[in-house]
Design a protein around this ligand. Structure first.
Ligand code: NDP
Length: 450
């Protein structure tokens, strides 16, 4: 369709070298074509041209001093993409691979993900190319304070409410909140993922992983299947991976893998969850340490992965939960998964499957839950944290978990009924993109040209 191609060409021309952003935008633009044909109003109001352009992009310098007294300089980003449905909401990522294209892809995805939750949240994302690996606790604190010393003037509980993402967990949120409080002289719900001792919500830490498993459960239920007794593979060993593994156990499944950027663990009898939490949440060591305590488990370093594949996906499984990072599952991985009988892929990470892998999953008509639907439980529970902060109440873990399960069910129903409405009942990429897009686009039209 020339219209979609024109917008895509415009993006490449005006936002050079933002590969991940092009990838995310292409997927959305292509899959919403049927909605653009059905509703001419979206073209009349130039919704596509407007939605691909962030409302505001904040790029800033972050100076800090390391433990040797040496000055370090990093880049800081906050992209406030779309506020049609509510205050900008989306995480902060600290990872050396962060650049404007990565943050824009994450912010763009976040618009539609947040719309799908049915909650009042707009889309944003931020972060830094700071590498937290190997840094002392004091260095982390100084960096977080330096980062917030600029960011604080752009955010607020009714404006923009960041949360965590790769490299940003409870510790970092704590340091950033402390600095915000000092500079703004206000104690308010400006960040989510806070400690339970001072404004956090029970269930937020678990929400993304739990949500991705709930999403798989609902996809499978529609096909008369369950996760019970089924072997599953999980990638990553951070927040999302750990709580995906926990919920899989609660539903009777057997998660047999996890990974980090150095290698993967295959534990045939099932990943030892308590050991994993101790290694990654308390000791903060590399995953290879796992075999020191569980010598029967197999550790494969990335250098020994077969050429061009992610070894996690070569382990035969019923369901796969990519929970590490973008483009970690390629076409070859998808072929191997399908050949080994995998019938469900639920994405905890953002855009973990390459476009070629996604096409294979959609064509095979397996239960494929794209990240913007399957991992929306995290941001949804962040919004529940905002609700509790605003009303000065605290809900129990069970209340939050029940709300999370219901939200994931609603997202599944919304994506699958929209997919059916457009004649492709099993295509949740199309369903999720159109369902999210319609909500944002309609709000933009109703709010006028702003
Ligand atoms: P964490 O920082 O807690 O964990 C990230 C995990 O992924 C680590 O095990 C890390 O290994 C691994 N990883 C990161 N980069 C790579 C890479 N290039 N190759 C292989 N492994 C890698 O992050 P989260 O668990 O919070 O986030 C994981 C994914 O989930 C991301 O895509 C994030 O955007 C998405 N997500 C997170 C949400 C949340 O609530 N936290 C919400 C929605 C989505 P290593 O330690 O070696 O780097």
């Amino acid at each position: 369709m020339p219209y979609v191609k024109e917008v895509f060409d415009y993006l490449i021309r005006t936002s050079p070298a933002q590969t991940e952003f092009y990838q995310a935008a292409k997927e959305v633009l292509e899959s919403i074509r049927p909605a653009l044909d059905k509703y001419p109003k979206y073209r009349q109001h130039k919704i596509i041209e407007r939605i691909v352009e962030p409302e505001r992009q904040i790029l800033f310098r972050v100076n800090w001093v390391d433990d040797n007294g040496v000055i370090q300089v990093n880049k800081g980003f906050r992209i406030e993409f779309n506020s049609a449905l509510g205050p900008y909401k989306g995480g902060l990522r600290f990872h050396p691979s962060v650049n404007a294209g990565v943050i824009k892809f994450l912010g763009f995805e976040q618009i539609f993900k947040n719309a799908l939750t049915g909650l009042q949240i707009g889309g944003g994302k931020g972060g830094s190319d700071f590498n937290p690996k190997g840094k002392s606790d004091n260095e982390i604190m100084r960096f977080c304070q330096a980062f917030m010393s600029e960011l604080y003037r752009h955010i607020g509980p009714n404006t923009d409410v960041p949360a965590g993402d790769i490299g940003v967990g409870g510790r970092e949120i704590g340091y950033m909140f402390g600095m915000y409080k000092k500079l703004a002289n206000r104690y308010e719900g400006v960040l989510t993922g806070k400690s339970l001792k001072w404004g956090g919500s029970l269930g937020r830490t678990e929400a993304t992983g739990y949500g991705a498993v709930y999403f798989a459960k609902y996809m499978l239920e529609d096909r008369g299947e369950t996760l019970e007794g089924k072997r599953c593979v999980v990638s990553g060993s951070g927040n999302v991976a750990i709580y995906t593994i926990e919920k899989l156990y609660q539903l009777g499944a057997i998660p047999v893998t996890c990974s980090d950027s150095s290698g993967m663990i295959y534990d045939e009898s099932g990943i030892d969850l308590e050991l994993l939490k101790e290694l990654k949440e308390q000791k903060r060591v590399r995953l290879s340490e796992y075999t020191t305590y569980k010598p029967m488990a197999k550790y494969t370093p990335v250098e020994e992965y077969p050429e061009g594949v992610n070894a996690v996906y070569s382990i035969p499984c019923f369901a796969a939960f990519p929970s590490a990072t973008q483009n970690e599952l390629n076409e070859k991985d998808a072929e191997i998964l399908l050949a080994n009988g995998c019938i469900c892929v639920s994405e905890g990470a953002n855009m973990p499957s390459t476009p070629e892998a996604v096409d294979l999953f959609v064509d095979a008509k397996i239960c494929y839950g794209p990240g913007k639907a399957a991992n929306a439980g995290g941001v949804a529970t962040s919004q529940l944290e905002m609700q509790q902060n605003a009303s000065m109440t605290n809900w129990t873990f069970e209340e939050v978990d029940a709300k999370l399960a219901q939200i994931m069910k609603n997202i599944y129903v919304s994506a699958s009924t929209t997919a059916a409405e457009f004649g492709e009942p099993t295509n949740l990429v199309l369903g999720a993109n159109i369902a999210g897009f319609r909500k944002v686009a309609d709000a933009m039209i109703e709010q006028g040209l702003v």
